[in-house]
Write a protein that binds this ligand. Structure first.
Ligand code: NAD
Ligand code: TYD
Length: 336
């Protein structure tokens, strides 16, 4: 098979390419990535000499570059996006450009190239926010109710993918996944920020009262879910993916990290809340389990330990990225 992976130099995309090359060494993988602040070729350095892997440095909003890269591919796995809610609050324009227009440019090219599957990676954040303490979960039938510029742009991208399926017959699939964590995660997101701050002797910023809930999924489990959808899932279908059975709040997860790294709770710094901060996400992944036989294989404790070990052993990967993100840190955490 020939896969065109967009955004493969980012967090989940780079993990997915490693996963795919390891498990399907006979397949050819092209990684199409603009290398924004979030894209990093270092994450795929070990694949540079692999004859079945190729990197294309280009923008998904550029129709010429996209059409030329798309030709001859069977499968598109579309990760490329602006992905950080806090950045979308500071500057929403690029989120609409990349996430909505970029997706539409890819869809046009995929139709022309007659790909067998266009797989769109999306988020549970398109469904909005659940009540704290309720047992409600998002699933494939939950109505869309995005509340941040990021989630609104991802909702727009999901709608345009489905519209190309209905209107032009494009064979697509969509996964809406909960928050991922693990190796190669850009160090301004909560887990890698907490871990690297602690390595540097700095405190961990927790927004608001810290009671917001996310349905954390280890990134390798997300990769195996995407593999299941590509190999066994049906065109025209959507699948929701999550990681945990019980709610875990942000402050609880930060406390777990502190404990695993041998720090006291004094290292928590409560900071001003994010505007419009979604309270709770929880995902029902019954369809993934019953139809495709998928379930998460790594517990939060195991995944956290692996992630902490990885950041301890890979300072050369994250230190320069944290330097590069200083401007964002200053803007985002003005009160610190
Ligand atoms: P990321 O920000 O780490 O990586 C995004 C990648 O896309 C980067 O390599 C970047 O260079 C590339 N990119 C951005 N704009 C581009 C453009 N115009 N043209 C080409 N490449 C471009 O993101 P991530 O966390 O790996 O997320 C990947 C996908 O998964 C996104 O679509 C995101 O919405 C979705 N998702 C993420 C999570 C999560 O917890 N991180 C959860 C659910 C869904
Ligand atoms: P994030 O990793 O930005 O993902 P998202 O907002 O897309 O879910 O944040 C995860 C949770 O952690 C979210 O509830 C916001 C919170 N958070 C903090 O409490 N402190 C921080 O410094 C960051 C970056 C996030």
């Amino acid at each position: 098979m020939k896969l065109l992976v967009t955004g493969g130099a980012g967090f989940i995309g780079s993990n997915f390419i490693h996963f795919w090359v390891k498990n399907h060494p006979e397949d050819q993988v092209v990684n199409f990535d603009k290398l924004t602040y979030a894209g990093n070729k270092e994450s795929l350095k070990d694949l540079e000499s692999n004859p079945n892997y190729r990197f294309v440095h280009a923008d998904i909003t550029d129709p010429t570059a996209v059409a030329s890269a798309m030709a001859g591919h069977d499968i598109v796995v579309h990760f490329a996006a602006e992905s950080h809610v806090d950045r979308s609050i500071l500057g929403p324009g690029v989120f609409l450009q990349t996430n909505v227009i970029g997706t539409q440019v890819l869809l046009d090219a995929a139709l022309k190239a007659q790909v067998k599957r266009f797989h769109h990676i999306s988020t549970d954040e398109v469904f909005g926010s659940l009540e704290l303490g309720s047992s409600e979960k998002f699933d494939e039938h939950t109505p869309y109710d995005p509340r941040s510029p990021y989630s609104a742009s991802k909702a727009g991208s999901d709608h345009i993918v489905r519209a190309y399926g209905e209107t032009y017959g494009l064979p697509y699939s969509i996964t809406n996944c909960s928050n991922n964590y693990g190796e190669f995660h850009f160090p301004e997101k909560l887990f890698p920020l907490a871990i690297t701050n602690l390595i540097e002797g700095k405190k961990v910023p927790v927004y608001g009262d810290g009671l917001n809930v996310r349905d954390w999924l280890y990134v390798q489990d997300h990769c195996s879910a995407i593999e299941a959808v590509l190999l066994k899932g049906k065109a025209g279908e959507t699948y929701t993916i999550g990681g945990l059975k019980e709610d875990v709040s942000n402050v609880e997860v930060v406390k777990k990290i502190l404990q695993l790294m041998g720090h006291s709770e004094d290292m928590i710094e409560y900071v001003k809340d994010r505007p419009g901060h979604d309270r709770r996400y929880a995902v029902d992944w019954t369809k993934m389990n019953e139809e495709l036989g998928w379930s998460p294989s790594v517990t939060l404790e195991e995944g956290l330990q692996r992630t902490i070990d990885w950041y301890k052993n890979n300072e050369a990967w994250w230190k320069p990225l944290k330097e590069k993100a200083q401007g964002f840190f200053q803007q985002n955490y003005k009160s610190l």
